[in-house]
Design a protein around this ligand. Structure first.
Ligand SMILES: N[C@@H](CCC(=O)N[C@@H](CS)C(=O)NCC(=O)O)C(=O)O
Length: 222
């Protein structure tokens, strides 16, 4: 069987699925769709994903969408290096952390990053300051978990890490590429925001195959 993923460079949902495969050490082929050319809305792509969203993952006869469902499926199909722990207690805790992160972190992140990346915001308006406070409170939630455990999923990287990492790494990317506005919003760099999160990012990035999940357009821009 050969694993395939359809993705868009920098999109957090497919990045989660790719991280799940990387944490398990699985090989996979990437179909990079152009969002600018709306390739994810083409008839050809909608034939495998009628909503025209990414990710889609294929493995033999299985065609899957929804990043968290893909992580759960990966664990059943490829049980080594489990993403949801070894015991029922581990699984419950990792699911709880995964879903809480999924419920709050993406919106908190896009509240800051969408105006900056997509609308060219370069002033710390009251709305952006409120969004930054909300984001800092979600980062504090992650920091609290990382006081207890080296990974959001416990002792090794798993589903909660795969769901959170793309969003946090996008925040770090904004700190690197839009430093003035991020400083004005009280988010100058990851270490100032949280040494626990900065260290966790370092641990995840040191994991084999994680570099291959990064948005290709970041390397092109460097
Ligand atoms: N809940 C879905 C979200 C999928 C999703 O909305 N993906 C975004 C990229 S992160 C997308 O395809 N957006 C394009 C669109 O909705 O047209 C998941 O976790 O996979």
């Amino acid at each position: 069987m050969s694993l395939e993923i359809w993705t868009v460079s920098g999109a957090p949902s497919p990045w989660r699925a790719a991280l799940g495969m990387a944490f398990k050490g699985l090989d996979y082929n990437v179909h990079m769709l152009s969002a600018a050319q709306k390739e994810h809305k083409s008839d050809a792509y909608r034939a495998i994903n009628p909503r025209g969203t990414v990710p889609t993952v294929k493995d033999g006869d299985a065609t899957l969408s929804q990043s968290i469902a893909i992580l759960a499926w990966l664990d059943r199909e490829y049980p080594d290096a489990p993403l949801f722990g070894d015991t029922p207690q581990d699984a419950a805790l990792i699911w709880q952390r995964t879903m809480e992160i999924f419920d709050y972190l993406p919106d908190a992140t896009s509240g800051v990053l969408s105006p900056i990346f997509f609308q060219g915001a370069d002033e710390a308006t009251d709305d952006l300051k409120d969004a930054s406070k909300n984001l800092q409170s979600e980062l504090a939630h992650l920091t609290g978990i990382l006081f207890e455990d080296p990974y959001l999923s416990g002792q090794r990287p798993g589903a909660a890490d795969a769901v959170a990492f793309p969003h946090v790494r996008l925040i770090q990317r904004a700190m690197e590429t839009k430093p003035e506005i991020m400083q004005a919003l009280g988010l100058p760099d990851l270490t100032s925001a949280s040494t626990e999160i900065a260290d966790w990012i370092g641990r995840i990035e040191a994991f084999p195959n994680v570099a291959a999940t990064f948005p290709p357009h970041w390397a092109e821009a460097a």
